[in-house]
Design a protein around this ligand. Structure first.
Ligand SMILES: *Cc1c(COP(=O)(O)O)cnc(C)c1O
Length: 359
């Protein structure tokens, strides 16, 4: 068996310890005689799995009691619709457009009400986070929406927007659990887990209780009502059981490692060596304004599409896979999520240095 260094943006690398544990439990989960994939979601065993996953997530993130945690399906993209359906009481909301995922969420919201673009970084191919200290937020807006880490462009909000008292809703898919967060600054935090937590198929929604009501837009499907999901502890229908089980293991892995403070320290250390190299390299350069750089997704280019392609190909042959940039951006992107070990980044840099020397 040999494992590669996987720099995929998502689905992405998972901690090897977690995968080994899951492998050990595959045929017989703790004496049940069956795998977690085969058991009823109404069983006591699975109930313990989902409850423990929630407890550990609450502990790791410091989620206050007045927030609900939902484990749902449909990915982050389905929440692009669920957010306005559950929150648009006045049918108006503000969106900061910092990339393709933000744009998709913004366009989806327009189906349900008046979605207003508060700011955008489209003018410079989303290579920065716009100034959000004084956005044109009006009193009748139900919420302010951001994509906190822009997976494709490699930008991250290092300061949250001034929402002028309005509820902040954040898609944190690609920075989930990468560093400590103050949950109380948000009304809703949500993300697909396949970037930084677990396997595709689970989306986690963390929402303040007062925002979870029966007062949703007419026509909201039952499955998209947060209230229904919360009242049923994410077990209204069959949840993505196996995915939740793996997420639970990742929460324990994070706890054992020292939690989000320690994760942040590791992520900063990893990202720093890569950005430092990009800043000194004559061949490779980062594409993002320095102060807005993401710790998770690092896009870079040589400036020559043929050379980019050659690099990606040779890197892959050397065991550094999925470095090709997003199809709409080109160049390269190294996603260095929680589970990417430090030596993976170190070795990638060595490889880049050798490539630079030889080309
Ligand atoms: C990947 C991604 C999405 C889309 O997630 P799906 O689970 O595929 O719907 C949305 N937002 C961000 C920030 C992402 O990185």
């Amino acid at each position: 068996m040999s494992r590669v260094y996987n720099f995929a943006a998502g689905p992405a690398v998972l901690p090897e310890e977690v995968l080994r544990e899951a492998a050990d439990e595959m045929l017989d989960y703790r004496g049940c005689g069956m795998s977690v994939m085969e058991m009823s979601h109404r069983s006591k065993v699975f109930d313990d799995i989902i409850k423990e996953a929630e407890k550990d997530l609450r502990e790791v993130m410091g989620i206050p009691d007045n927030y609900k945690v939902l484990f749902l399906q449909g990915g982050a993209s389905q929440q692009f619709a669920a957010v306005p359906m559950n929150l648009m009481k006045n049918r108006k909301a503000g969106y900061v457009v910092t990339g393709q995922w933000a744009k998709k969420a913004f366009q989806e919201a327009k189906i349900y009400g008046e979605a207003v673009e508060l700011a955008s970084s489209a003018d410079e191919t989303f290579s920065y986070i716009p100034d959000c200290s004084d956005l044109p937020i009006t009193d009748d807006m139900d919420y302010v929406y951001i994509t906190e880490n822009n997976t494709i462009y490699g930008t991250k909000y290092h300061t949250l927007p001034n929402t002028k008292g309005k509820t902040l809703v954040a898609d944190v898919s690609s920075c989930f659990l990468s560093e400590p967060v103050d949950v109380t600054k948000y009304g809703v935090i949500y993300g697909g887990v396949q970037k930084n937590i677990g396997p595709a198929g689970v989306v986690i929604v963390i929402a303040r209780e007062d925002l979870i009501t029966d007062d949703v837009l007419p026509g909201t499907p039952t499955m998209l009502k947060w209230k229904i999901q919360a009242d049923n502890d994410s077990l209204y229908n069959t949840p993505p059981c196996y995915g939740i089980y793996i997420c639970g293991k990742v929460f324990k892995w994070l706890k054992n490692m020292g939690g989000l403070e320690e994760m942040k320290r590791r992520n900063e250390k990893k990202a720093k060596i890569l950005y430092d190299y990009l800043d000194e390299s004559k061949m490779f350069k980062g594409t993002v304004r320095k102060e807005d750089r993401s710790l998770m997704n690092v896009p870079f280019i040589t400036g020559d599409a043929d050379l980019d392609a050659k690099f990606v190909k040779e890197a892959e042959a050397a065991g550094f896979v999925n470095l090709k940039g997003h199809r709409t951006v080109g160049g390269m992107r190294a996603s260095i999520y929680n589970a990417m070990p430090y030596e993976g980044v170190e070795k990638l840099i060595e490889f880049m240095k050798a490539f630079e020397k030889n080309n």
